[in-house]
Design a protein around this ligand. Sequence first.
Ligand code: NAD
Length: 489
Amino acid sequence: MSTVSEKTQTLANFINGQWVKSKTDKYEDVPNPATGETLARVPVSTKEDLEDAVKAAKKAYKTWSKTAVPQRARILFKYHQLLINEWDELAKLITIENGKNFAEAYGEVQRGIECVEFAAGAPTLMMGNQLPDIATNIESGMYRYPLGVVGGITPFNFPMMVPCWMFPLAIAAGNTFILKPSERTPLLANRLAELLVEAGLPEGVFNIVHGAHDIVNGILEHPDIPAVSFVGSQPVAEYVYKTGTANGKRVQALAGAKNHTIVLEDADLDSAANNIFNAAFGSAGERCMACSVVVAVDSIADELVKKLVEKSDSIKMGDGLQDGIFLGPVIRDAHKEKTLGYIESGIEEGATLVRDGRKDKSLSEGGYFVGPTIFENVTTDMKIWKEEIFAPVLSVIRVKDLDEAIELTNKSDFANGACLFTDSAKAIRKFREEIDAGMLGINLGVPAPMAFFPFSGYKKSFYGDLHANGRDGIEFYTRKKMVTQRHAY
Ligand code: NAD
């Protein structure tokens, strides 16, 4: 049950450098998923709120886009330092509103900081190129410019890292930005804005409009927003991509996942089990790079499953701020109920439940907990294989060899990540060449690329062509002007 205390804050939007009360009369409670205690109330803002943010961002664009690129970068350097100073506090806030344990939250802050580091390289990233002699006395050059007001729509599972995939690079490139954070984890976003003010970012360059689908639709329809970055579930990503592009916008929409991990006979099984365990159940399975299916060759499958079950029995579940907690809650009671529904469906469809996370006891009262759950004998016609569960539920499928494992993995509609545990160079090369997924891991569990590389999912895990981060990110947030010039001599 959520309880509203006197300390419960009502969140404001951040528009034109000011904290502004939304014009809405609708608010949603934001509970701490580990306790159910209400942390804040988030406004379900209106399109009028969005309009105010767009006006501010459009006005700020006039001067920000002309601000010297090294000057924009200097503000990001300052921001970088402020984020480092606040590291613990930011991580605490992530744990409180998202539920992942403090160490995981700490790692997420690091990932966010790395994005700011990358974006601070704007003077190099923004460079164009020239060819002095494309014809006699004629030269040609490419210059890179920002787009205008960019919209960013983010999910609950990485309240810091995912917004940081977007706004640091977008503003470094000279755009202004409107963030619509997840209404389930809106607190961290506001802290990011406070620190941007401290770093000296001019008003209107970064804005936050809290809310739900009305704001998303407002962003997708708005004639003054030429580009939208989205990260979230597959159906919403597809909708955002189709609607945004139909309205003439540049859209990158990163979507859901079902990541397979193949384990061969020659793998170091202890290392495989440790890595798979962390990848499947870390952050309560609520990672787009979570391992949700293990594809194990017959000869080692029994031993691997035994190790995974033993590890599952050894961890503590509870409030991620407490020492020694490995597994935090899932994000909401409704998500817990949905997860229990998937577990029921796995049983009904004939999978073998070898570890039942429904029976685990949490060390925290009132939260939304599901323990590590493992199914064996899963087949590709089952709902638990086809759909993203996004919770601590792992499916195990046995195969005879790498060929069969690759064929099975490639059947998935999703293509974010895939991992392989082996000692064989030949198997590694075959996996790299034949696996139909965008981010591959060899002998590790979560192959999420760093900020200077693109986050490269495809199939139903990504809609668009330019991915988040890396050179793709700078391409996404800029447009090019070609100048061809004749000289008299
Ligand atoms: P979600 O799709 O429910 O929400 C994402 C955003 O879309 C939120 O800001 C939300 O307010 C908005 N939204 C939700 N429903 C909407 C609708 N009907 N119309 C318009 N807007 C809507 O996603 P989530 O549950 O917050 O996040 C988890 C999902 O995000 C998982 O599927 C996960 O795999 C995915 N994800 C993907 C990546 C990636 O890089 N591919 C990274 C992180 C998360």
